[in-house]
Ligand binder design. Structure first.
Ligand SMILES: [Fe+2]
Length: 450
């Protein structure tokens, strides 16, 4: 008789301890806690033909969005394919989706996961991987709508439900339903203290609606849950630094960069992106980040794989524009062009990353007119580069700052208005009430919102 994970997904193994380790792995991944790879790795040592275990390893590597781990994910898939145990239908489907990601790029993987999750709406690993890749591909509506597809197949009382609510909360936030997102995110965290994606979703609500003090309070109050042994630690500190920057100024944000965001030996590409984004925001405000730029550039330059994740590439070209030589920037652009060739989402690089690189170089050279002129036409396409609205604001902020520096008051005013749009939406009749709702109330609000 086939064994099943805690959400009822059949696993091709007869080893009960492998199932326990699989459940633990998915639980850690759901809460962005460390270290699901170690847990599933140990299980695979005991049960090397555990197909779902190898697939989970591959999925976790791809879900880090670190280009350097894509090759290793492919190797995990090779091992899964060589297992003596025959995979079941779900495992074959997931294997195909992950293989598409490795060989054809994240866009192809996301499309295959799209169908996989339709057929297997209780495959928590796949749901989360699809959700995160929706984010990294700029598929904003799917951040919300994918959860609407699967939630009907789950019971509100199940232990995994708050993790799904947290994903929905983030999807609602990215689609401008701030009141609903806040209520649902707070409710999910109340039900599941390890739900750091819910912490993150609510932090986004406060960032986008300009509620700086509420954001500071929220992240300080929840900090013990995510500040260590958590994959979101650097990113949530980045959010906290944005609130500190707004509330206490550049020195406070810089101190937090040094404390919790600056690169370490374990930094992944997403961590380097957060660091680059924060230093750039500080630079736009006139702060001098000094040696921090070269330390960050050094870490970017150690990376051999480009053209896999447009979002992280965008931050690499920015860091190199500030701290690298012209030759290094040119070499990086070439590597990105080569790496991205043939990807379904290659336009993200050709229409956003590479033009933005030239704009960053212009800015650093003091060519503000040229920078603003380059950035203006790419702003409507910025979503292609992926990431959240808050993260993509980096382009808008750069364009506005360039416009201010070159005395183009009309453009600076226009872009300032664009930056304030989400703040106005949040304050136009949406609830500021932070009372936790019941599931049915929060979901009823969601139903009204979409
Ligand atoms: Fe975020």
């Amino acid at each position: 008789m086939a064994l099943h994970d805690q959400y009822g997904q059949a696993l091709s193994t007869a080893n009960a301890s492998s199932v326990t380790a699989y459940d633990r792995t998915i639980e850690l991944f759901s809460g962005f806690r460390r270290d699901p790879l170690a847990v599933i790795g140990q299980a695979l040592e005991q049960d090397p033909d555990f197909v779902s275990g190898h697939l989970a390893r591959a999925a976790l590597m791809l879900g880090s969005f670190d280009p350097m781990l894509v090759t290793m994910a492919g190797q995990c898939l090779d091992v899964a394919a060589a297992c003596r145990t025959s995979p079941n239908g779900r495992e074959r489907s997931l294997q195909g989706a992950l293989r598409a990601w490795v060989t054809e790029g994240m866009d192809a993987g996301n499309r295959a996961l799209d169908r996989h999750v339709v057929d297997h709406p209780r495959d928590m690993l796949a749901i989360q991987l699809a959700h995160l890749s929706d984010l990294m591909l700029g598929r904003t509506a799917m951040l919300r709508d994918r959860l609407a597809r699967v939630l009907q197949k789950w019971d509100q009382d199940e232990p995994g439900y708050p993790y799904l609510q947290a994903m929905l909360a983030f999807g609602l936030e990215e689609n401008g339903s701030y009141g609903q997102a806040e209520a649902l995110g707070r409710h999910a965290l109340e039900r599941q203290p390890n739900c750091t994606w819910a912490v993150h979703a609510v932090a986004h609500v406060y960032e986008m609606s300009g509620r700086t003090e509420a954001g500071l309070r929220w992240l300080e109050q929840t900090r013990a849950r995510w500040q260590s042994q958590n994959i979101l630690s650097v990113h949530n500190h980045w959010h906290l630094a944005l609130f500190r920057l707004e509330h206490d100024g550049a020195d406070a944000a810089m101190a937090l960069y040094d404390e919790a965001i600056a690169p370490t030996a374990e930094s992944l590409a997403m961590n380097l992106s957060d660091g680059t984004a924060l230093l750039w925001r500080l630079t736009l405000q006139g702060a001098d980040a000094g040696w921090r730029w070269s330390a960050l550039a050094e870490r970017w330059l150690q990376r051999p794989t480009w053209g896999r994740t447009a979002f992280t590439d965008l931050h690499a070209v920015l860091c190199m524009a500030v701290s690298g030589s012209d030759e290094q920037s040119q070499a990086l652009a070439e590597a990105i062009r080569r790496g991205a060739a043939g990807h379904g989402t290659a336009t993200a690089w050709s229409s956003v990353v590479l033009p933005a690189q030239r704009a960053f170089i212009d800015f650093v050279a003091g060519e503000y007119r040229a920078c603003a002129d380059r950035l203006l036409p790419l702003l409507p396409q910025a979503q292609a580069v992926g990431g959240s609205h808050a993260q993509r604001e980096l382009l808008l902020l750069t364009a506005r700052c360039a416009a201010e520096h070159c005395g183009d008051n009309a453009l600076a005013d226009a872009l300032g208005g664009q930056l304030q749009q989400s703040r106005r939406l949040a304050h136009r009749g949406l609830s500021q009430d932070t009372r936790p709702r019941s599931d049915s109330e929060a979901l009823a609000e969601f139903a009204m919102a979409v």
